[in-house]
Each structure stands twice: as structure tokens, then as C-alpha cells.
Design a protein around this ligand. Structure first.
Ligand code: DGJ
Length: 735
């Protein structure tokens, strides 16, 4: 059992081959972190600093025999106001007006496997042998509240998951106004913080900064996890890079407002915490009620960022994603959005589908504009019936015709939104998020439906089920195009308004749950103006997300590279689009656009009939290559080789688990005059295996040569390619 309990100390040691997480119970009351990092046998010395009162200005906790300053304890889930002056993990407002609490260890339970945390998504174990779990139960004698700190350690992943649950077992109501998913105190601050930040169309760019005294944080208060900051941070040692050094990753399985922060104190210790953003949250907890926080997934790597990412990839692909599509190759799709926007007719769609089929496309996706009277973005969200002017036989009719062409068919929906110009809004103006006496803000002419109200979610669920139920739909792109403002609900009293942001996300999850249960074979792809809600919470329902509205191949290098820090290639929707690119106006080679989009789930976003014959031929050949490699791309190990954030070249490789096959690419942004030959050191191969590389003749190369000496690209090989060039290599076993 990889959770050892030492009754004498007392102490819990969660471990597997690569990681140890050790928790003590200080003075029989306070859970303290004794160690988190690379696997060790045990920790013998327990820090004594917190047990003395020798420092001026130090305060010790009252009411217990020992002299303990909570400020100097390495907490597992700290409170504020009783001798610890750092930011707390939680805060409970009581009837008396006090927010002081005194939780103390009461009991614990160690169990095999991993329990779900409804109504929230979480990673799972498929059998009891995959993971072991620990619940530490704390009790506050004054309020009667119980607090359960939950931990799971996986047997074969360097992963510890954490969450907390508050149970009001007292007789009086309280209000939770802060309830982070976890907190952990690390003994030093010699770290750099890596974050994934950006904006619409340039999501998840990598930023690294040195930790310094005070608080450094990323957050969202936009109602979704957001394009601006992803719910993820990593703390890495300054000498840690892609392939070496200690890295701690922290990822939140949640799609709403979040806060991730690292607080460095005056003793150079670091408190890391993550959870629902407390500034937009307050949760009344009546007697007998409980509140479950989202789950945080902690990954430790002693061999750099890439290994941390590979752990997240494998865990999220196989133990977070669920359902029919989890382990299946995804169909190559054609989406009509960039080609037609709202201005399509049924015959245009059918013609595009027919041409796409000839090129090897397997799924046609009809994007925005098929419902209500929607000919631009000013109306009809909420009216989920096909527009007969565009689709005379409805969704069922077009789906049938596209199927007859030999393609699967998918549709776009944006179920969380309503336009004021819609029948739904006219019938239910109070179904939007809003606050009394204030005019709601408008984004893209639309308001946000109040998904904190079950009857609203139910209405939309019934409408969407009607479409999906009778129309041979195989795929749904679930979009979400504006952030939440005036986030109040007409369905709740004043005291409940602080719950709306969280209830909203629970409403989104419940609709996903309903639709994915009702239509288990439909492939759901999430989207939020591109990648503004690309997070583990959504991935547990939709195994892939439209990575970004930015389809420019060069911009995509950064976006996909940054996204890969946490998210597997199986979760990234990547499309080849026409040039000049609609977002940045750049001209890039067709090959480069394909070579970038290959590293994810491939699609096209163009009108095949508008292309020259040569370009259509290229699509045919790209799709052919992709189909031959898509299982490898979806399931292989991904290695980042050269970073687009650091230079003119980007490179990466996916290697099959048995190391027999690989697909690699390198990209050069700008050409330079008279360059030297370039050397690319591949990664992840077997040193002993001889590989043949497609397109490089009969020559075979040992894996060690390709990894340690490198693959040479001669000057003239680059120079015929100009700016925005790329080279793709497919490696297989040689003689
Ligand atoms: C935003 C998405 O990211 C696009 O791909 C497209 O679906 C539009 N919305 C449609 O309104």
C-alpha cells in the first residue's frame, strides 16, 4: 500500500517510485507538510521552528499546551487569524461575525482506488490497484464543522491529487468565503514560476518569472478559465529545463474562476495554493450541508518540464477524458467557418462536403449560422431549430445528405448564450445572468444564460437533445463566445448571489453530463472563441478543444507549444486554413500549415473548391500521411525540442511507446542569408534502433546518432524554402 501511516509520530507517507509526499500531524492537531518531492525512504527530522516562541513578534496559538506558532508551521490547509499571517486556504464566516476557526485532526481513512467528487469532474483510477487515497478529517469544536482533506497517489504516475470538502455538522449556518482546492508550504523559494498566459488568438504563451518575496499569481474572474491565464502553474528550479531539474506542476480540474498563487514569505518559504477564486465566491452552508472543492493535480518531475508534461498528457488522455472517443482515432474534419461564415446555403455545404470527401476528409462540421434567423452574430442564439431558408429539410435533412456522401456530420452549438433578438429571450428575459436595477453588459450582441438555474439548463438540454436525437449527428462543437458579467441570478435570494459563478459552471457540467450520457458516441469538441476554456474540467467531458481561433501556422507554434505544457495532443483541435491567414494576414506554405496542424487532431477550415488543383493534391497527401500516423500522434510520447519562445526554430517529436516509430517536425520562422547547416537533436528514440527516415533515401540512422549527434539539414535544403519553412520527418524501423 503506497500510503504508510506511522501512528507514533504520527505521519502519513504517500509514495510511489518517483515521488514522496509526507504529512505530519503537529501536536496531534495540525496537518503539516514534512516533505514533497523526489521519492525518499522517510523523513526523520521534523522541523522545530514552529514549536518555540523565541522570535519577537511571533505569536503562538492559544488553548493548547505546546508553544506553536502557526506562522512557522508548513501547513497543508492553513487558516487565517490564529497566529499564521500568510494567505489562508479557507475562511468561514460564522453567525457571530467571526472568521476564526480552529480545525484539529480528528481521524483519517486510507483506502484503495480513488473516489469521484460529484458534481465535479476529476481524474479517476480504473481499478483499485492504480491508486490509493487518504482522507484526513479535521474538526472545529466551536462551529461543529468538519473539513476533509483528500489525497490520492497514483501507482504509476508521479501524481498526487488533492481536494477539500467542508461539512457543516454543526447546528448553525456558516458562509464559506474562501475554499481553495489545496495549499502546500514548501521550505524554500528558489523557484521560477511558469504560467500559460495570453489573450484571444494568442492563448497559452509561456511566461517564466523568478519567485520573489510577496505574492505572484494568475487568475480568472471572467466566469471561465479564460484565454488570459490557464488554471496551471509550475514551480521550477532555476536550473531546470525541458529535460532536467526539479519541477512541480499544479493544475486545476475546473472551468470557472480560479486563483493560483505562490506566496514567498520573509523566511524564503513558499506557500502554493490553487482553487476557486475567492473574490467571486461565497457559499452559505446550512447545517447538514457540504461543499466540495474542485480537484488539483500535482505532478512532480525530477527530470524537467517535458517529463512533467508527459505525465499530464498520459493522465489527462487516459484517466480524465472519458467515453467512446477516449481511445479512438478522431476523424479528419472540414469545418465551414473560415470559408463561409454565416453565408452558406445547403447546396454550397453539400458541394464542399463532396469535394472534402474526395480529399479524404471523414467528418463535415456545419459551424455557426444554421438555426433561427441567424445570418450574422446579432440574433437567434437560444432558438435551436434549423433555419428552413438555409436548410429546407432541417438538420436531419442535411445530415442525411452528407452521410449519403460518405461523411460523418457535425454541428456547432453555443448552448450557454442567448441573443436579446431571439424567441427565447423574448419569452424569458429573466433567464440571463443579471442583477436587479443594472443594465446587463453585452458581448458579441449576446447575453449569458443563467446556468445556475436548473430549469434553464433543462430547457436548453431538451432543445439540443431534440436536434441531436433525430439527425444522425456524430460530432458537436460546443462554443462559448463571451465572458460573464453582472453575474447574478433571479433564481436566488441575496445571500445566494455569491454562489452564482460556481453554480454556473456546475450547470455547464450538468448539461455536458446529460448530453454525453444521452449520446455516448457523439464526439464533443469544446471551444470558447477558440481556446478560452481549454482546461482539465472541460476535457473530462469533451476529449478535444478547438485550440485557438488563430489558424496562422507561425502563431500556432507558440500556442500549441505552450498548450502542450499540460494538455495532450489528443486534446488539441488543429486546422489548416487558407492564406492570407484571416487572423494575421500572413502567407505561409501549405506544407507548413499541415506540418503544424499534424501535431494534434487534424481538420481543415477552407473551401476545397476554391483551391488550385495542386493545393487539393496537397490536402489529399496530408490527410493520407496523417491517417497513417494519427494513432501515434494521439498516443505517443511528445517531446518539445526547440522553443518558439526562444529562437527562430521550433522543433518537436512524437515517439511511439515501443520507440519503433516517430514523427518529428522542425520549423524555421525567417530565412537568413548564407546560413550554416543546422543540426536537430531528436529525442525519445531508442539508441540501439536503426531508423529509416521517409524522404531521406535508403540510409538508416541509429537512434543514438539522431539524438546525440543530430540530424543535419543542409543549407540548400532550407534555402529553397524561404520564410515560414518546415520539414517533417517520419521515422520507422530500418534494416
Ligand atoms: C468562435 C469559434 O472559435 C469559431 O471557430 C467559430 O465557431 C465562431 N465562434 C462561430 O461563431
Amino acid at each position: 500500500m503506497p500510503i504508510l501511516y506511522d501512528r507514533e509520530k504520527p505521519k502519513f507517507h504517500l509514495y510511489n517510485e518517483s515521488v514522496s509526499y509526507i504529512i505530519g500531524i503537529c501536536a496531534g492537531r495540525f496537518p503539516e507538510n514534512l516533505y514533497y518531492g523526489r521519492r525518499i525512504h522517510d523523513i526523520s527530522g521534523v522541523k522545530k521552528e514552529h514549536r518555540d516562541n523565541w522570535r519577537a513578534l511571533t505569536v503562538c496559538v492559544g488553548g493548547i499546551d505546546e508553544h506553536i506558532s502557526l506562522h512557522h508551521l508548513s501547513h497543508e490547509y492553513p487558516s487565517y487569524g490564529s497566529s499564521d499571517f500568510h494567505y489562508p486556504a479557507f475562511s468561514v464566516l460564522q453567525d457571530s461575525g467571526s472568521r476564526i476557526s480552529g480545525f484539529a485532526y480528528e481521524s483519517h481513512e486510507i483506502s484503495r482506488g480513488k473516489k469521484p467528487i460529484p458534481p465535479l469532474p476529476s481524474v479517476y483510477a480504473e481499478s483499485d490497484s492504480e491508486a490509493d487515497s487518504l482522507d484526513i478529517v479535521l474538526f472545529d469544536a466551536v462551529t461543529g464543522l468538519r473539513l476533509i482533506l483528500s489525497y490520492t497517489i497514483f501507482a504509476s504516475f508521479p501524481v498526487v491529487t488533492r481536494s477539500a470538502c467542508f461539512l457543516n455538522s454543526g447546528s448553525l449556518p456558516v458562509v464559506l468565503d474562501r475554499a481553495m482546492s489545496f495549499s502546500v508550504d514548501l521550505p524554500d523559494s528558489d523557484f521560477e514560476m511558469l504560467q500559460l498566459s495570453g489573450a484571444w488568438s494568442r492563448e497559452r504563451n509561456i511566461l517564466v518569472r523568478k519567485l520573489t518575496e510577496g505574492i505572484q499569481s494568475v487568475h480568472s474572474m471572467r466566469g471561465t478559465s479564460s484565454a488570459e491565464h490557464n488554471p496551471f502553474i509550475a514551480l521550477k528550479r532555476a536550473n531546470a529545463c525541458e529535460n532536467s531539474g526539479d519541477v512541480y506542476g499544479f493544475s486545476l480540474v475546473y472551468s470557472g474562476n480560479f486563483l493560483a498563487q505562490a506566496e514567498v514569505d520573509s523566511f524564503d518559504r513558499t506557500r502554493v495554493m490553487m482553487g476557486i477564486h475567492p473574490d467571486t465566491f461565497s457559499w452559505p452552508l446550512g447545517s447538514g450541508e457540504s461543499f466540495q472543492t474542485p480537484e488539483a493535480v500535482l505532478v512532480f518531475s525530477s527530470s524537467g518540464l517535458n517529463s512533467m508534461s508527459q505525465t499530464y498528457h498520459e493522465l489527462y488522455r487516459t484517466r480524465l477524458a472519458r467515453g467512446y472517443w477516449r481511445d479512438r482515432d478522431r476523424p479528419v474534419l472540414l469545418n465551414n467557418w473560415e470559408a463561409t461564415a454565416f453565408g452558406f446555403t445547403e447546396s454550397k455545404i453539400l458541394q464542399m462536403a463532396k469535394s472534402a470527401k474526395e480529399l479524404g476528409v471523414e467528418l463535415f462540421v456545419l459551424d455557426d449560422g444554421w438555426f433561427g434567423k441567424r445570418n450574422d452574430d446579432s440574433s437567434s442564439l437560444g432558438d435551436w431549430q434549423a433555419n428552413p431558408a438555409k436548410l429546407p429539410e432541417g438538420i436531419e435533412g442535411i445530415a442525411r445528405k452528407i452521410r449519403a456522401e460518405g461523411l460523418m456530420f457535425g454541428i456547432w452549438i453555443e448552448p450557454e448564450m442567448v441573443n436579446p433578438d431571439s424567441d427565447l429571450y423574448r419569452a424569458h428575459p429573466d433567464w440571463i445572468l443579471s442583477v436587479i436595477d443594472r443594465v446587463p453588459s453585452i458581448g458579441r450582441h449576446q447575453c449569458v444564460l443563467d446556468f445556475s438555474r436548473p430549469e434553464v439548463v433543462d430547457y436548453i438540454g431538451t432543445a439540443i437533445e431534440k436536434i441531436l436525437g433525430c439527425s444522425f449527428v456524430s460530432y458537436v462543437k460546443w462554443d462559448m463566445n463571451r465572458y460573464l458579467t453582472e453575474c447574478g441570478s433571479r433564481g436566488l435570494c441575496a445571500a445566494g448571489q455569491g454562489t452564482v459563478f460556481h453554480r454556473y459552471i456546475l450547470g455547464v457540467y450538468s448539461l455536458y453530463e446529460r448530453l454525453t450520457k444521452a449520446f455516448p458516441e457523439i464526439l464533443f469538441e469544446s471551444c470558447s472563441a477558440g481556446g478560452a476554456r481549454f482546461d482539465p474540467g472541460i476535457l473530462s467531458f469533451a476529449p478535444q478543444t478547438w485550440t485557438s481561433d488563430d489558424t496562422d501556422a507561425i502563431e500556432r507554434l507558440k500556442i500549441q507549444y505552450g498548450t502542450s505544457m499540460v494538455y495532450p495532443l489528443s486534446s488539441m483541435g488543429n486546422h489548416v486554413s487558407e492564406v492570407p491567414n484571416q487572423q494575421v494576414g500572413r502567407m505561409t506554405h501549405f506544407d507548413t500549415r499541415g506540418n503544424v496542424a499534424f501535431f494534434g487532431m487534424l481538420g481543415y477550415e477552407l473551401d476545397p473548391d476554391g483551391l488550385e488543383a495542386g493545393e487539393r493534391e496537397k490536402i489529399r497527401s496530408q490527410i493520407d500521411i496523417y491517417k497513417k500516423n494519427r494513432t501515434l500522434i494521439r498516443t505517443g510520447l511528445f517531446y518539445r525540442i526547440l522553443s518558439p519562445f526562444e529562437g527562430n526554430f521550433t522543433a518537436w517529436i512524437v515517439v511511439s511507446k515501443d520507440k519503433q516509430y516517430a514523427i518529428a517536425a522542425c520549423y524555421r520562422v525567417l530565412a537568413g542569408a548564407n546560413p550554416d547547416e543546422t543540426l536537430f537533436k531528436l529525442q525519445g528514440l531508442s539508441p540501439e534502433t536503426r531508423y529509416r527516415i521517409d524522404g531521406r533515401g535508403d540510409q538508416c540512422y541509429f537512434g543514438d546518432e539522431l539524438m546525440y549527434a543530430g540530424l543535419r539539414i543542409a543549407q540548400d535544403e532550407w534555402n529553397t524554402r524561404g520564410d515560414f519553412a518546415s520539414i517533417l520527418w517520419r521515422l520507422g524501423p530500418g534494416e
